[in-house]
Every structure is written in C-alpha cells, then in structure tokens.
Design a protein around this ligand. Structure first.
Ligand code: FO1
Length: 320
C-alpha cells in the first residue's frame, strides 16, 4: 500500500448515520490518529436544558449506549420524568428519557460553572469512558432554521414535532457568520500530519453544512492538500435513515448519490458510494472525483469497521 507518511484523520459528522461510521473509525484508529468534529446546529434549549442531540448521539454510539430500537437516544431508557411531566400538563413532543435527562442536567451544571461546550463535551465523554477527541464545531450558538411556507422555524420543531413533513424552501444556519470554530478544530485541520478528512454519511444539509457554514472551517478544508472523502448517505436514491432524499428533492438536487457528490463537489476529492449505485460511478468520476464503490450500509459492528477500513485505505492509497 502507498502511504504519504502522515497518520492523522479528522471526521465531520452529525446524526445517527454519521455516528455509525465514527464507531467503525474509532475501532480501527487510536485516539492519537482520529478526532471527530460534530454538528451543533441541532442544539436548542428545551425545558431550560441545553440539548445537543448530535454530540449525545455520538457519545452514546461510541460507548455502545445508543438506543437501537428507537434509532436515537440512550439504551435501556425509561420515561418516568416525561410521563409525570405530561400529567402535569408539561409539553412532551420532544421526548427526554430519564437516563438521557441526566446528561442535560450535568451539561447545564458544567456550563453554568463556566466551562465551554467543548470542555463540557470532553468531560462528559471522559465520564463515558471515551478516549477519542470529540469537538463541537463551535462553542457559540449556531442554529439550523428551516424556512417553510415563508416561516422560519427551529430545527427540532421541524424535525421532531412536524416529523420533517413541511416542504423546505431554504435552510439557514443562524449565527454562523460571526461564530468562531472551536480552536482545536482549526488546529487539527492545519496539522502537518493530517492524512485526510472524512465526511461521514450524515445528512449533508442538516448535519454537515452547518459545520461548513463556519467560514474558517470551510476555507481550511479548501486549502488542504490531502484527500477529503465524503461517504454517501444515499443508497439507490433513498436515505438509509431520515429525510435526506426528501430534502434533496425539495432543494432541487438530484435525489441520488450523484446529487450528494455534486453538492460537495468543490470541497471534496474522493467519494464513496454503495455497490447498489455502481452505475453512478462514471458520472461521479466526471466531476473529477476519485470514487470507491463498496458496501456502505452499516447494520452490524463488522459493517461499520469494514467501511471505516475501506475509507482509510482509500485515503492511504491516494496521492493528490
Ligand atoms: N428524535 C425524535 O425523533 N423524537 C424525539 O422525541 C427526540 C428526542 C431527543 C432527545 C434528546 C436527544 O439528544 C435527541 C432526541 N431526538 C429525538 C433525536 C434528534 O431530534 C435528532 O435525531 C437529531 O437532532 C438529528 O440528528
């Protein structure tokens, strides 16, 4: 295998699909070799608690604490708080489980003590026994807002309360113009030992674009001379989970892995698509991207590790 002598990787992620690949990457690369940058555009304050869904989804996935039945939240969950709260007339459209709630209470406490979100995240991940570095994209507030029928609504209202039903006209990353990335994100992007960047199979518009909406992250990515690999979240025209395909249609993108490649085109050098989409390979190569076709559906831990291994070998075999 060809190598460029460098041995560090950075993965951009958000949501449950991205977290699956992160689990695979964490199994084959040490904490010295890979770090994760996580979307915080979904974050919001609910019942006075700071909720960071993507940071928590990754924390639960990396510690095997994720709830596979629900597809989000924490394993072995109980709902006593939510039930009692609803009995009192409290709102319950956004379900906070008892075990999950402990994280939000702890996060609130630590933030109140004056820790930044990055420091709180590091503290919570350590308490979950996770040694890999996980960095929120920013310590500041950047909120994904969905414009539908002329109204700008909060992300969780669109995603959970309205079940992604409203037709999206536009997505806004409110606050991104002035927010600074967490300094360690830029340090890692500028590390001379950086071997490549992986864009996980997360929703491009809801999970990855909020990270890229931070101009200094985007420009650092654009000035890299190492592979930037995106893994398609779309297989055979459909999202493995969530509304990616629906949103692509609403925003005027081709509803396929090709549409994802076109969306990321100027930022990435490499693209990974599923065996099912092998017929799209030549069209994606025409965009100037190196393409790897393999299994991208991650049902088991072996699937996650195998895809991670393929992605890292793809980077190691590349000289651009
Ligand atoms: N997703 C849901 O579909 N319904 C919920 O009630 C819900 C509650 C929830 C609580 C805490 C948390 O960290 C995540 C939660 N999620 C819920 C998931 C979350 O809304 C989304 O999956 C992400 O924001 C998209 O990545």
């Amino acid at each position: 295998m060809k190598t460029n002598g460098k041995n560090k990787y950075l993965a951009f992620t958000g949501g449950v699909g991205g977290a699956k690949l992160c689990v695979g990457l964490s199994k084959i690369l040490s904490a010295f070799e890979i770090a994760f940058v996580v979307n915080t555009g979904d974050d919001f304050t609910h019942l006075d608690f700071p909720i960071c869904p993507d940071l928590d989804s990754l924390m639960y996935a990396l510690s095997a604490e994720n709830n596979e039945e629900l597809g989000w939240g924490r394993k072995g969950e109980t709902w006593n708080f939510l039930r009692s709260f609803a009995e009192l007339g409290g709102e319950n459209w956004f379900q906070l489980g008892d075990r999950d709630l402990a994280i939000h209470v702890m996060r609130k406490q630590l933030l109140r003590e004056g820790l930044t979100l990055a420091e709180v995240t590091s503290e919570l991940y350590q308490r979950f026994g996770i040694s890999h570095a996980v960095l929120p994209m920013t310590n500041e507030q950047v909120s994904t807002k969905i414009q539908s029928q002329g109204e700008l609504k909060s992300f969780q209202k669109y995603f959970v309360k309205e079940k992604c039903e409203p037709k999206i006209e536009k997505i806004v990353y409110h606050g991104s113009k002035h927010a600074k990335p967490v300094p360690a994100v830029l340090e890692k992007l500028r590390d001379p030992d950086l071997s490549g960047v992986v864009i996980c199979p997360s929703n491009p518009f809801l999970s990855i674009d909020p990270i890229l909406s931070l101009e200094t992250i985007k420009s650092a990515l654009l000035s890299l001379d190492v592979p930037v690999v995106a893994v398609s979240p779309i297989i055979y025209g459909s999202a493995v989970k969530g509304p990616t395909d629906k949103i692509m249609g609403e925003l005027g993108f081709t509803q396929s892995a090709l549409g994802v490649a076109e969306h990321y085109d100027n930022l990435i050098t490499h693209f990974v698509l599923d065996n099912e989409d092998v017929n799209l390979c030549s069209e994606i190569e025409k965009l100037g991207l190196s393409v790897l076709v393999c299994n991208t559906l991650m049902k088991t831990l072996d699937d996650k590790t195998e895809l991670a291994d393929n992605v890292i070998k793809f980077i190691k075999n590349s000289f651009i």
